[in-house]
Design a protein around this ligand. Sequence first.
Ligand code: EPU
Length: 337
Amino acid sequence: MQENFSLKPYNTFGVDAKAKYFIEVSNTDELKEALTFSKNHGLPLLLLGGGSNILLTKDFEGLAIKLNLKGISEENISNHEVLVTAKAGENWHEFVKYCLQKDYGGLENLSLIPGNVGTSPMQNIGAYGTEIKDIFVNCLVLNLKTLELETFNLEECKFGYRDSIFKQEGKGKYVILEVTFKLTTKDHHIKTEYGAIKNELEHLKINTPSIQDVSNAVINIRQSKLPDPKEIGNAGSFFKNPTIPLAQFQDLKQNFENIQGYPNGDVVKVPAGWLIEQCGWKGKQIGNVASHRLQSLVIINATGNATGKEIFDFSTDIINSVKEKFGIELEREVNII
Ligand code: EPU
């Protein structure tokens, strides 16, 4: 257990906020011990996975627990499907690579997403036409109140766009310990409908892509426009893509004929990146913080010295200008601590 510990290496924004107490745990018993300590001392808890979706706006006056549980196991369930279980502390992309090497299909569109396996169900991570709900079987969790183990299946997780029970009524009540996915061992379902993947595969001159080809295409696209958190502090998309009523979209179309939208029944999902860019934020820097020059939905710690408060205030300025120009209220995707 460490005291007054800098969390700078433990959040991908690279914000230098301190935790009053910090501990790394590598199994359930250590985790339970840490939880008991926090309970006995009345300390608030901060559970850290890969730290890729949090913004620390101030020092944390409690116990930060870094989840380091490691291990991957497999069980064949038919001649073309396998269940693969990974513990929470496994790095997401290393896990994807492990599955690709074994030619297990289902995770390829989710290549290179920052973070750990254990946090993937929290916000139902998704990219390029796939979300983890498409391959998720269940997750094992520790109930923080009872310290008992529980299992949540697909339905119980209530997955939505960047959403799950763990961000809603289950918030702060469970620690995800491991996640099980159902993957294919042959006859893979190749998903290349997403425009950017199609274009990249054409560019690579690949007509019948394998899962490894799809993964490579996704890696190329991500590397071409998303900053690597190891080089520039960021937490991926800072906002969710907003959903607005069809009527509001049609009104906006009168004034902004280039506005893009993905209709779904009587609502339309609008790319937040486009809205932000239209307000002049793309590549704009204020102090230590900027909107990324290639993808305005990503806020970056441009100098490496930004405080969480500065990043938060920058995001508020973006929300206000999008609201003023389009009447749309952007919602933060990143967890604000
Ligand atoms: N766009 C702009 N300007 C920008 C950014 C985007 O006009 O600065 C437009 C693009 O031209 C495109 C549309 O917005 O037509 C969508 O852009 P893109 O394909 O880059 O996807 P996105 O909606 O901006 C979402 C996810 C990403 C995910 C990609 C690919 C959210 C909040 N973000 O971004 O997820 O990688 O789709 O599937 O849903 C993340 O969550 O951290 C993340 C990076």
